[in-house]
Design a protein around this ligand. Structure first.
Ligand SMILES: [Zn+2]
Length: 327
């Protein structure tokens, strides 16, 4: 509004002398001002209370900020929230429209008629929303009242994610990196298994303040270097970072800090059998546990047997039990 509407108080400020009386509540002693017309007038208060009742919220209508913040705080459902915003904006328009009807056309618009007009405006705006409802009966009844087509959320798709051991004679590396914030204290973890799902070793490295992408690349690199140093000639890297996979495919440039090590490692990998693949993080949980553990500690850790904090995760993989991924 910002003083742009030609209410009587604004006209007086512009040195236009008018005899002022609110056209909506028609109380002779009440001068029309923006504040009175939209927030204090009994006519406006009736409309705000009706909107509050329809959306089951306690509408604080002392000023515009209060009205807008009430609407933005109260809803979880995006579609109903959008509808409420539409109702509030329509409410302002309805008050101003009806005030002009009375003042310039001498046509009184009753509260029920104003509500009908407001409902029509809200309905037209509400149908333009692309948001989804929260699949509750209360939301559905609100949307139905305003004649807005409900857009229920889609049911989540559940995928099974399983970890499988590598082929016979191969060693499989599962790696993961994380940072507590981005930038933040970073850690990386990797676990090495043979084709019988036996643990060959696992590592966990603290990286100080780094990004999660750096951690992902760093641990893949470290684990590959360790397996190459050990003389393994059939190596399978499996990680949950698509960027690492894309780097091996030549579709993503490795971070410049690791570029030399990466190039050297790739040259060494050309001399052995090497494969890489992506796994969703649900199936990469043991590497995830290792990386998070080291993000909070300092140092390099290597375990030749299963560490105490991993048996549940590893045991689940050994049994071939799936993890569930919700989309
Ligand atoms: Zn009034």
């Amino acid at each position: 509004m910002h003083g742009r509407l030609a209410t009587d108080d604004s006209l007086r400020q512009a040195a236009i002398i008018v005899t002022s009386c609110c056209s909506l509540c028609n109380v002779l002693s009440t001068m029309e001002s923006t504040n009175h017309l939209f927030f204090e007038c009994q006519y406006a208060v009736s409309l705000w209370n009706w909107i509050g009742y329809m959306f089951n919220i306690r509408m604080n209508h002392d000023n515009m900020d209060d009205i807008l913040s009430t609407a933005s705080r109260m809803f979880v459902c995006a579609q109903v929230k959008y509808l409420c915003w539409a109702a509030i904006i329509s409410g302002f328009w309805t008050i101003w429209w009806n005030r002009n009807k009375v003042r310039f056309e001498d046509e009184w618009v009753s509260i029920p008629q104003a509500i009908k007009f407001l409902t029509q405006l809200t309905s037209e705006s509400g149908n333009l929303s692309n948001n989804n409802m929260s699949n509750s009966v209360v939301d559905l009844s609100t949307l139905r009242y305003f004649g807005v087509k409900a857009r229920p959320r889609k049911a989540p798709r559940i995928d099974n994610v399983c970890w499988y051991p590598p082929l016979n004679g191969w060693i499989q590396i599962n790696s993961d990196g994380c940072s507590l914030g981005n930038l933040g204290m970073a850690g990386s973890g990797g676990i090495l298994c043979d084709s019988h799902s036996r643990l060959v070793g696992c590592l966990s490295i603290s990286l100080d303040i780094k990004t999660s992408i750096f951690a992902e690349f760093h641990v893949a690199l470290c684990a590959l270097e360790i397996t190459l140093d050990q003389g393994w000639d059939k190596i399978w890297l499996e990680c949950d970072s698509l960027l690492v996979v894309m780097a091996f495919e030549g579709k993503f440039n490795v971070l410049w800090k690791l570029q030399n090590r990466w190039s050297n490692c790739v040259v060494r990998l050309l001399k052995v059998n090497f494969r890489f693949s992506h796994i969703f993080h649900e199936g990469n949980q043991y590497a995830d546990i290792l990386s998070k553990r080291c993000a909070a500690q300092q140092g390099f850790f290597w375990w030749a047997t299963t560490p105490d904090f991993l048996p549940v995760a590893v045991g689940r993989d050994l049994l071939g039990l799936p993890y569930f991924r919700f989309k």
